[in-house]
Design a protein around this ligand. Structure first.
Ligand code: ATP
Length: 198
């Protein structure tokens, strides 16, 4: 078994997340992708984040009945802070004989040295699947000096560059700009029905 772990705030989940996860599922030969909704990301302290129940409802709407995708409660069901290293260790216990491939955008790879216990996080993952992100420069040799052994674990996934971010969608909604087609229709309808992000 090979399982992809896709952690995020998903505020809201958008088409970029879905396109990238589907590409990773296919290219990295995964049996499934676990979407790990983070209640309170350590690196987003001080930012306003939508209530967890809203983000969970939107993520359920986004994933629908796609058999390749499921939502993991591994972070939702434990008290914070929610460090990825702990998440991967817990999932390794829960899924024995399974390779765990942590999926992240290029911005997350670039910022990995600032994560909690990054070296232990790298050791806990069998592989790290990285998706390029527009306007993100990654200095791989510098990262390898800071975190020796990282490159052995990293595999870049050939994904299209997708210029969609949750932050931009929230901004568009606040500013009254068009945002509908950045999202699966189910998420668009949920946002409209609940009148959030205004
Ligand atoms: P925000 O804009 O609010 O910071 P985000 O979409 O960057 O949101 P998350 O929802 O936490 O943040 O993203 C989950 C993961 O998806 C992260 O690893 C992030 O790097 C990656 N990701 C999100 N959007 C893209 C994108 N357009 N291209 C590549 N990776 C992405």
């Amino acid at each position: 078994m090979r399982l992809g772990l896709f952690g995020g705030t998903f505020d809201p989940p958008h088409l970029g997340h879905l396109i990238l996860a589907a590409e990773c599922l296919h290219q990295s030969d995964l049996d499934g992708v676990l979407w790990i909704l983070t209640p309170n990301p350590p690196h987003k302290q001080g930012q306003t984040i939508s209530p967890l129940e809203n983000r969970l409802a939107m993520l359920q709407a986004a994933l629908g009945d796609d058999p390749g995708f499921s939502i993991s409660r591994v972070e939702m069901d434990r008290p914070g802070p929610h460090y990825a290293v702990e998440t991967v260790r817990l999932l390794a216990k829960h899924y024995p004989n399974t390779e765990l491939i942590y999926l992240m955008g290029g911005d997350s790879l670039r910022d990995l040295p600032t994560w909690h216990e990054p070296q232990q996080f790298i050791a806990a993952c069998d592989e790290i699947g990285v998706m390029h992100r527009p306007d993100v420069e990654i200095n791989l040799s510098e990262l390898e000096v800071t975190l020796p052994g990282l490159l052995k674990k990293v595999r870049f996934v050939e994904t299209p560059l997708i210029e969609i971010s949750a932050q931009d969608i929230r901004h568009r909604i606040r500013a009254g700009l068009p945002y509908r087609y950045y999202l699966p229709d189910s998420v668009y309808q949920w946002i409209r029905n609940h009148d959030i992000y205004r």
